[in-house]
Ligand binder design. Structure first.
Ligand code: AMP
Ligand code: MG
Length: 315
């Protein structure tokens, strides 16, 4: 059910959960201070309780309400990339965010979204939590229809059309005097080089036995079909192909394209909608053309496809 911004704000103020567009993906929003609404999010998404939520702010000045001392270059990163698809994990004053939203961690992940409708909502009602508006494990939602597919036609959605970026934010964590990437996303590693004076590396899954980004442990982004990633030429072994424009897949029955093979942004923007289309086709197995570079945003695409391919087959 499509709702206006005013209706969304009213519902959120009343402790309800609504879907809102951001430039990355649609978010399932609740007020960041509302413990009951936060519980509804975990329930609706069937999200494991140990997977914390991202708090969405209007701007960096709101960090003062939550964060303890900010690590070196945190504000510089905010100045450069906010509003936008960068998330920073920061130590917080524990009482400032409900324990369930942060999955019991002493830190919280923050970002300021760029999408005007998301910003309007946050400006009106204050910070929100907004994990992707899909059932946990499924491809993220980049269209209102995706939200309705997962949560039903009656679910309240603010319609912002198709998400421009289409893939989640990049998450940085400051550890051992450096920023590290704990989730690849819409900003590639070298986007930070000028701001930081070094290029952040990808953090290992655990550090000193602590899990650095709990979401990395969970199944993610997966269609029902099994994805088989190939870097060699198409061999006809699987009739459904997820590929690129201007490439030939002789003998394939159905080819879904991620777009121009020179443009990783386009592939990322189309990725989740295309994975959902594979389900609509009823595909059980898909030959994925993974012949593309491993640098920059291609690395994000490869990571998402690998994660999606790890899912178990659910016919
Ligand atoms: P999403 O479901 O796309 O909103 O993603 C939220 C991601 O942020 C999950 O993968 C979480 O693990 C990660 N995240 C949230 N809070 C923290 C935190 N305090 N420390 C590390 N990662 C976090
Ligand atoms: Mg998600």
């Amino acid at each position: 059910m499509r709702i206006s911004i005013q209706e969304a704000c009213q519902l959120l103020d009343n402790g309800d959960v609504v879907a809102v567009p951001t430039e990355t993906v649609y978010g399932l929003a609740a007020k960041a201070s509302d413990t009951n609404a936060i519980a509804k999010i975990f329930d609706l998404k069937k999200r494991p309780a140990n997977n914390p939520l991202i708090v969405h702010l209007s701007d960096a000045s709101q960090l003062n309400d939550y964060a303890k001392a900010l690590p070196k270059d945190a504000l510089k990163l905010c100045d450069t990339f906010w509003p936008g698809p960068l998330t920073l994990v920061l130590e917080i004053h524990l009482q400032s965010i409900p324990e369930t939203a942060r999955a019991g961690l002493p830190t919280v992940a923050f970002r300021a979204p760029q999408h005007p409708l998301a910003r309007e909502i946050i400006d009106a009602i204050g910070p929100i939590v907004a994990p992707s508006a899909n059932v946990s494990g499924r491809p993220s939602a980049t269209l209102p229809e995706h939200v309705e597919d997962d949560f039903g036609k009656g679910f309240p959605v603010v319609d912002g059309g198709s998400c421009k970026t289409g893939v989640e934010s990049t998450i940085l964590l400051h550890t051992h005097s450096r920023w590290q990437i704990v989730r690849l996303g819409a900003l590639p590693a070298d986007a930070f080089t000028d701001t930081l004076g070094y290029t952040p590396t990808i953090a290992p899954t655990t550090q000193s036995d602590t899990i650095v980004c709990p979401g990395r442990l969970h199944r993610h982004y997966a269609p029902k079909a099994l994805l088989h990633l190939h870097e060699n030429a198409y061999d006809g072994s699987i009739p459904v192909v997820l590929g690129f424009d201007d490439r030939s897949y002789p003998g394939a029955n159905a080819v879904l394209s991620l777009g121009n093979p020179q443009h990783p942004e386009q592939a990322l923007a189309r990725l989740y909608a295309t994975l959902r289309q594979l389900d609509a086709l009823g595909a059980t197995d898909v030959w994925v053309d993974a012949k593309f570079p491993s640098e920059g945003l291609w690395k994000t695409l490869r990571e998402r496809l690998s994660r999606a391919s790890q899912a178990q087959h659910t016919p």
